[in-house]
Design a protein around this ligand. Sequence first.
Ligand code: IPD
Length: 281
Amino acid sequence: GAVDPVALREIAEQVALEAGRLILQERPRDLGVAETKTSATDVVTVMDQRSQDLLLTRLGELRPDDGFHGEERGGRTGTSGISWVVDPIDGTVNYLYDIPAYAVSVAAVVGDPTTPGAWRPVAGAVVNPMTQECFTAALGGGARRVVGAGPGRTLQVGDSPLRMSLCGTGFGYDADRRRRQGAVVAEVLPQVRDIRRLGSAALDLCRVADGSLDVYYERGLNPWDMAAGWLVATEAGGEVTDLHGGHPDATMTIAGGPGNHADLRALLARLVDRIGPENDH
Ligand code: IPD
């Protein structure tokens, strides 16, 4: 049937808010003093899986013919042409440390989310349960930020020059990749106002949309990290691409306003040529 982005956005928002309440209310109090690093990480993994299971169940009730693709194990292939791409806790390290910058990210996409470049978001919601912020977008319908029961507001990206831009970024978990990412950051830092590493790719993309970051880039993102935030940023008038202006993917995700995005993209393209092959992230 025809895709109705606004109806999908409402569903994304509803289920992301419910999962956000779950991870906030049931976050184990003693995470910070967990016996070992591994035991703390395990507790987070359990909450990740519980949040994803909730999303899988709810979306299965509301949209039984859609596919489902999440960060944790378990998913399904649908028949409707629409799939839900979810990150049950984006910003797991912030979650572990109780830093109020983690989120549930839920996106409805068309195409195949398991094939790079073969899918596109049509609706999405990113919920930060600690701050009660909810960022939503529907394709062609704009992006909004709502806090709690407040009225919400429409988002519009800024476009300050790159040298005046606050630049978000993030790092993967692999040691070699981190070394390379550190080398790139060292070159970006003198070219921008400052760098932030806030710890949730989904929220970073939403921050570009609401102007609390000017630009953002990261290598190595998965579809669930970026699907909803990508749409929030583009519906706010932003650009989100890879290094070549195409579909953002694991090689690179770059977000910003029309001008500073182009400048950051050109800068990163030069650096990546110098620092390492594009696919070796
Ligand atoms: C991570 C966060 C982080 C980014 C990493 C992601 P997770 O997601 O979005 O900001 O730098 O690349 O893997 O593991 O917390 O869901």
